[in-house]
Design a protein around this ligand. Structure first.
Ligand SMILES: NC(=O)C1=CN([C@@H]2O[C@H](COP(=O)(O)OP(=O)(O)OC[C@H]3O[C@@H](n4cnc5c(N)ncnc54)[C@H](O)[C@@H]3O)[C@@H](O)[C@H]2O)C=CC1
Ligand SMILES: CC(=O)C(C)=O
Length: 263
């Protein structure tokens, strides 16, 4: 945490594992209180993250709910504000991936992708902004985009479109909410070794006639820094976005990918 930084009250969605968990733990280590959300099926994992945050010495709250459902996002925010006292930073991290040739994508596939990755971010952004405006002290809203928000990966077209839309939403929200002292930015990871990439690797391998582990190896050749990302690489950048050091930055979707894409 920067010198003279206040303790902030923060929500991280999709925080049971992977990048969301790393972000939640890093923000707690930075001295903030962190409320953690995930779907009900991951209740035990999200409770375990809450315990880890409390062991660090910060306040925490675990709240399950589906970010694509407005009443669930409202519950996540209301419970978190009751438990922590306010909402200063919202990290809309939850997301899903699907690997499928575009010619085989069904309307159900498309709708599920957009419901979670786009409507989920929209609801998290909008309801967080309303809460922050009611508090009258501004705030920081941070979303999960991806390098595919700039250049899609083949076989991940709906996913890429959802992340491209998150980049647009982040710009529009930044324009509309600057007047309330709210900044809105997004992080764009590259290839991060999480459960999401386990799934992508398996499905890409099936599609490309490779063995398990070979797809991630092949795609990793794109990384100039020469290693697959770990969730902590992304959490380090989100720590900056949540801190006052990023106060003059808004509307940006920034690559944190070891040098795959260059904008
Ligand atoms: N792993 C990677 O290489 C990259 C990941 N990202 C993005 O970063 C974010 C986190 O990704 P990972 O940690 O890798 O994924 P992950 O699959 O390991 O974790 C995502 C978490 O979000 C939760 N989640 C899914 N749908 C939800 C819903 N409707 N409501 C609440 N929680 C929900 C899952 O249960 C899971 O705990 C995602 O938005 C992803 O698209 C972006 C670029 C690269
Ligand atoms: C999952 C994802 O966004 C990438 C780029 O791998």
């Amino acid at each position: 945490m920067s010198k003279n930084e206040d303790t902030r009250n923060i929500i991280v969605t999709g925080a049971a594992r992977g990048i969301g968990k790393a972000i939640a733990l890093r923000l707690a280590q930075d001295g903030h209180n962190v409320s953690v959300n995930d779907i009900d099926a991951n209740r035990d994992e999200v409770e375990a993250v809450k315990s880890e945050i409390e062991k660090i010495g910060r306040k925490s709250h675990a709240v399950t709910g589906d970010v694509s459902v407005e009443s669930d996002v409202r519950k996540v925010i209301d419970e978190s504000v009751s438990a922590l006292g306010s909402l200063d930073v919202m990290v809309a991290n939850a997301g899903i991936a699907q690997v499928k040739p575009l010619l085989e994508v069904t309307q159900e596939d498309w709708d599920r992708m957009m419901a979670i990755n786009l409507r989920g971010v929209f609801l998290s952004y909008q309801l967080a902004a309303k809460q922050m405006i009611s508090q009258g002290k501004g705030g920081k809203i941070i979303g999960a985009a991806s390098i595919v928000a700039y250049r899609p990966f083949a076989l991940l077209s709906p996913y890429s479109a959802s992340k491209w839309a998150v980049r647009g939403l982040t710009q529009g929200a930044a324009m509309e909410w600057a007047q309330y002292g709210i900044t809105v930015n997004a992080y764009c990871p590259g290839i991060v070794g999480t459960a999401m990439w386990d799934l992508i690797d398996e499905k890409l391998a099936q599609n490309e006639g490779l063995k398990k582990g070979q797809a991630i190896e092949k795609y990793s050749d794109l990384i100039h820094l020469g290693r697959v990302s770990v969730p902590e690489d992304v959490a380090n950048f989100v720590s900056y976005l949540a801190s006052s050091d990023s106060d003059y930055m808004t509307g940006q979707s920034v690559m944190i990918d070891g040098g795959i894409q260059f904008s």
